[in-house]
Write a protein that binds this ligand. Structure first.
Ligand code: NCC
Length: 277
C-alpha cells in the first residue's frame, strides 16, 4: 500500500537485488564438479524462528560502545572478515552466526582461512566481485583473488560446514540498486563493501535487522577497526568501495522510531523487511 511505497523504497531496492549464495543446482555449477562442494543445507537453519538479527560492522567507533550484551540478544549475529570477538566481548558481544568474508581474507596466508578457529563453526559467506559483465564461467578463472582453491580445501576438510560462495552477479545487482538510489550522483564502479553485501544477504531471512555502527555515531573516533589502533577515516567514509552511498542508503532504510537517538547516540540502524515487494 501507499505507506509501504512511502517508507520502504530503498529497502525494496536492496531486496530486489536478490543477493544470494550459489547453489548446486545453479548453472554452470550443476554441470561442474566444483559445484558439488556447495553445501546442500540452507544458509540458515530454522528460518521461521528468526525474529531479530544484528550486523556488527568492524568500525573503530564500536570501541567503548558496551553494545555486546545488546548484540548477543539477537537470533542471528553477522560479522565480517577476521573481526574478533575475543577480548572485545563487552563492546561487540561473543555470539557469531555468520561471517561474510571477502576473497582477500579467503586467499591471503596471513588470515589462515582454512585453519584459523575464527572461521570454524560459523556459517561462511565468501564473495569476490569478478568482472562487472563477466559470466560465472569467467569468474571461475578470473576472480580478483582466487578464493576457489582455499574454499575447496576448507570444504573438503570440514564437509559439514556451512560455507557458501555469494553469487557475484547478485553483488553487481546490489551495486546497481545503489546506483539507482544515488540517482545522478555517479558511484564508483567497485563492488559494495562486505557490510552492505551482508545486509542485502541477511534481510530476506530476517524480519528485523539491527546494523550496529555502520552509519557512524557520536562515538566516531577516526579508528579504522575496533580491534586495531590504526587511524584511517577512509575505512568509515570510503575510498574504493562506494561506502558513503551505501551508508546514505542504509540510513534511508532506518525505521527506528527514535531515529536520531538510535542512530547517532546508540549507533544502531533498525531495518525492517517489507512484507511484500
Ligand atoms: O575493514 P573491513 O572491510 O573488514 O570491515 C568490514 C565492514 O565493516 C564496515 N566498516 C568497517 C570499518 C569502518 N570504519 N566502518 C565501517 O562501516 C564496512 O561495511 C566493511 O565492509 C570489506 O568490506 O571486506 C573490507 O575488508 C577490508 C580487508 O580486506 C579485510 O578487513 C581484511 O583485512 C578492506 N581493507 C583493505 O583491503 C585494506 C576494506 O576496504 C573493506
Amino acid at each position: 500500500d501507499s505507506f509501504e511505497e512511502q517508507y520502504y523504497p530503498s529497502t525494496c531496492l536492496v531486496m530486489e537485488a536478490g543477493v544470494r549464495v550459489l547453489r548446486r543446482k545453479d548453472t554452470p555449477f550443476n554441470k561442474l564438479p566444483f559445484g558439488r562442494l556447495f553445501p546442500r543445507q540452507k544458509l540458515f537453519r530454522n528460518i521461521k524462528d528468526i525474529k531479530t538479527c544484528a550486523i556488527v560492522s568492524s568500525a573503530g567507533s564500536l570501541a567503548g560502545s558496551k553494545l555486546g550484551r545488546f548484540i548477543d540478544t539477537h537470533d542471528i549475529v553477522m560479522r565480517f572478515n577476521h573481526a574478533p570477538t575475543q577480548g572485545h566481548e563487552v563492546d561487540v558481544g561473543s555470539k557469531t552466526t555468520i561471517r561474510v568474508v571477502n576473497s582477500q581474507v579467503v586467499t591471503k596466508p596471513e588470515f589462515d582461512f582454512t585453519h584459523a578457529p575464527i572461521f570454524r563453526n560459523v556459517t561462511i559467506a565468501a564473495w569476490d566481485p569478478g568482472k562487472y559483465n563477466g559470466t560465472l564461467e569467467d569468474w571461475l578463472t578470473s576472480a580478483d583473488y582466487d578464493l576457489f582453491t582455499n574454499y575447496e580445501i576448507y570444504r573438503r576438510r570440514y564437509p559439514k560446514s556451512r560455507a557458501f560462495l555469494i553469487d557475484p552477479h547478485s553483488v553487481w545487482r546490489l551495486w546497481q540498486s545503489l546506483q539507482m538510489f544515488a540517482g545522478n550522483r555517479a558511484i564508483s564502479r567497485n563492488p559494495p563493501s562486505s557490510g552492505f553485501i551482508g545486509l542485502a544477504l541477511l534481510l530476506p531471512h530476517c524480519p528485523q535487522v539491527d546494523f550496529v555502527e555502520y552509519v557512524p555515531s557520536t562515538r566516531l573516533n577516526g579508528r579504522c577497526h575496533y580491534y586495531s589502533k590504526e587511524m584511517n577515516s577512509a575505512c568509515t567514509f570510503g575510498s574504493w568501495h562506494p561506502l558513503a552511498a551505501e551508508k546514505l542508503m542504509a540510513l534511508d532504510m532506518n525505521m527506528a522510531e527514535d531515529d536520531d537517538m538510535s542512530v547517532f547516540q546508540f549507533g544502531i540502524l533498525r531495518i525492517r523487511r517489507p512484507d511484500k515487494l
